[in-house]
Design a binder for this molecule. Structure first.
Ligand code: 5RP
Length: 229
């Protein structure tokens, strides 16, 4: 089974949690897109759902495939969000934001009664941090925000390189008009402490650590999908 097949397996298992009439948060990334494709097939048979997309990219795919969409202001309370992740640990703490949608993903997940993470098994880690942590920052004061991130991280004994994300030959811009710094800490032993430190920096809009947000993770490997709670 290749990586795409594993993503489809995880997405199929997540689809089983979607009930008729649900208000759904719809994630971003290649795994979430497999979920959108399967959901669209179900919608085409008359299954009713309303989705709130976590990015313009996801919105475009949903519209193309006929998944009905609403804005989060129209549906401020959601039943379920299905989204991918860049890393998942055994406590279901996540690193997200590889696709640059972490702010909307976190807002949508927080507005949902439940979040289910779907991933192939390469995303399951013992300790978070091998994947560089995406930190969404306001473009104003980039240099001071970056220095503040370095200082706060070093207080926790974390070093590593902070890279301003690029895309299409220029500074990557999120759907919200912000930059992303990818912080390669290597290992994040205390995600909560790091989250608190990052949240205390005014120029940090949001970061990709998702703590206590996922109710379950569906992890697919060659033998099929399993659920972590
Ligand atoms: C986007 C995300 C994605 O969920 C994450 O990057 C995983 O993507 P993929 O399923 O393509 O590996 O957080 O901001």
């Amino acid at each position: 089974m290749d990586a795409r097949e594993m993503k489809i397996k995880a997405a199929e298992a997540a689809l089983a949690h979607v009930e008729y009439g649900m208000r759904l948060g719809i994630g971003t990334g290649s795994t979430a897109e497999e979920f959108v494709r399967l959901l669209a097939e179900k919608v085409a048979t008359g299954f009713k759902v309303e989705g709130v997309p976590t990015s313009e990219r996801t919105a475009r795919l949903c519209l193309e495939l006929g998944v009905p969409l609403k804005s989060l202001d129209e549906l401020p309370e959601l039943d379920l969000t299905i989204d991918g992740a860049d890393e998942v640990d055994s406590d279901l703490t996540l690193i997200k934001g590889g696709g640059g949608a972490l702010l909307r993903e976190k807002i949508v997940a927080a507005a949902s009664q439940r979040m289910i993470v779907i991933a192939d098994e390469s995303k399951l880690v013992a300790t978070l941090g091998a994947f560089a942590l995406p930190i969404e920052i306001n473009p104003f004061g980039l240099v001071s925000t970056r220095m503040a991130i370095e200082k706060k991280a070093s207080k926790l004994g974390l070093g590593g390189t902070l890279t301003l994300r690029q895309g299409g030959g220029e500074d990557f811009m999120t759907d919200g008009g912000h930059y992303i710094i990818d912080a390669s800490f290597g290992r994040i032993p205390d995600a909560e402490a790091l989250s608190n430190e990052l949240n205390s920096i005014p120029g940090v809009v949001e970061h990709g650590l998702f703590l206590k947000m996922a109710a379950l993770a569906i992890i697919a490997g060659p033998a099929g999908a399993r659920t972590l709670r």
